[in-house]
Structure formats: C-alpha cells, structure tokens
Design a protein around this ligand. Structure first.
Ligand SMILES: Nc1ncnc2c1ncn2[C@@H]1O[C@H](COP(=O)(O)OP(=O)(O)OP(=O)(O)O)[C@@H](O)[C@H]1O
Ligand SMILES: [Mg+2]
Length: 228
C-alpha cells in the first residue's frame, strides 16, 4: 500500500463560472518516494497538492494517507493529523521574522506540547541536518532566501513528518540556492527515506526526483520516471 493513495479526485471551485480544477485524478505515492507534480500554469498542480496535503477537501474522491481515510476525519482530527504527520514548505517561507532560526524550527514541537529541553535539542538536530547548525541563533530576517527556505524545511520536518509537501519551494531562489535546496531534499529522501511531494515548474529539478506526475487541464497527462 502506498503512503498516499488517491482515487477519483475531483475539485470544482464554485463561482459565477465554476472551475473544474481537477477532473479525475488517481495517484499512488510510495513511502520514501520523491515525486514531482509538473504541468502548465493553471493546470491544477497546487490544487492537487492541497488535496493530498489535507489543506483542502476534494469535491469528490477518496484519499488514504498512511493507511488513514483522511476525508473521514473531523476537522480537529485533521488538524492533529497534519501537525503530527505532515510537513509543509511553500514559495514564501512563512517564517516569523522576529524569532531566530532555532525558535522558528521548534514552534511545531511547542504546539505539540513537547518539553522545552526536548524541542530545543530536536530543533538543533534539524538545523544541523539542513546545514545551518552554526546559524541557529540568527534572526531569519537576516538570512538569505536559500537559508530561510532551509529553515522552513527544518521546521516542516522537526516533528518527523511522514510526508513533506512543497509547492514551488525554489520559486523565489536563484539557481545556486535552488540547487542547494534540491540537493538537500534529495539527501533527506536518500538518508531518511523522507517521502516528498513537490510542485515545480523547473525541468532541471527532475534530476533530483524519482518520478514526475504531469498534470494538464486538471487530469493526469502522463508519468515520467526520473534518473534516481
Ligand atoms: N480558490 C480558488 N477559487 C477558484 N478557482 C481557483 C481557486 N484555486 C484555484 N483555482 C483555479 O483552479 C485552476 C487550477 O489552479 P492551480 O492553482 O491548482 O494551478 P497551478 O497548476 O498550481 O498553477 P500555477 O503553476 O500558476 O501555480 C485554475 O484555473 C485556477 O484559477
Ligand atoms: Mg500553483
């Protein structure tokens, strides 16, 4: 069984002219896989990611994550599931500028009620994993975009998230920083068997991925196995 299994996903956004953003998507993602979602602008990539990541509900369809029928969960159960099992990274880093890097990383553990001595240590380990051990006490507002995105990745994974969801995490980064972030994601996949689902526009990101799911007009166009 895949860590994510989705069948018959449809999403229609209501409005004067309803938008059928996803038409009938079926997808299985295996544990430890690094999967990309690619396709033209407006094709439904972010919508699909949001469904799989429990950030929005499909109009119809079924989704199992880590063996749980997630659409059957109450909204409180869903929030708890997200906090315990999922991690998120977006184009905007969404860090708190008045906190230092380490404090940003341990916030999710504080929210989960971990004792202070435990979350400090876990957050520091994650900072080292993303190569920023020496920058832990720096304010994130004084860090580069690439560094801030690595802090965001550390924060997303500090609770040992089973799945990391990323929507264009390199969109605001220059080529060099994009490469650092993509290498880090590949390393997390290789060394920790981290499952990663990532939306991207950049064809060169495929070299870091196991597989790309190509979306076109709300349907799956084809799948591409990548070099890894
Ligand atoms: N909240 C919303 N309300 C109405 N329509 C929406 C909403 N979110 C997305 N859409 C529409 O659904 C379609 C798919 O949008 P989506 O954001 O998933 O595309 P995308 O592939 O991520 O595009 P991009 O590459 O530009 O980020 C688009 O036509 C978009 O306008
Ligand atoms: Mg998008």
């Amino acid at each position: 069984m895949g860590i994510i299994e989705a069948t018959g996903l449809r999403k229609t956004f209501a409005g004067e002219v309803p938008v059928e953003a996803l038409k009938d998507i079926g997808l299985v993602i295996e544990e430890g896989e690094f999967v990309g979602i690619m396709g033209p602008s407006g094709s439904g990539k972010s919508t699909l990611l949001h469904m799989l990541a429990l950030l929005d509900d499909p109009t119809t369809g079924q989704i199992t994550v880590d063996g749980i029928d997630v659409l059957a969960l109450s909204s409180i159960q869903k929030t708890s599931f997200r906090l315990h099992k999922l991690g998120y990274v977006f184009q905007e880093y969404a860090l708190l500028p008045e906190l230092n890097a380490l404090e940003n990383v341990y916030l999710p553990l504080m929210m989960l009620g971990a004792p202070a001595k435990d979350y400090g240590k876990a957050a520091m380990e994650m900072m080292e994993t993303v190569g920023l051990g020496k920058r832990a006490s720096h304010l994130v507002s004084q860090m580069s975009g690439g560094e801030q995105q690595r802090v965001a990745i550390a924060r997303a994974l500090v609770n040992h998230s089973k799945i990391l969801f990323a929507d264009e995490p390199c969109a605001n980064l220059d080529t060099r920083n994009s490469e650092i972030v993509m290498k880090l994601l590949r390393q997390l996949c290789d060394e920790r068997r981290q499952t990663i689902v990532m939306v991207t526009h950049e064809p060169e990101h495929r070299q870091y991925m196991d597989r790309v799911v190509w979306i076109k007009d709300g349907v799956m166009d084809h799948e591409e196995m990548c070099g890894q």
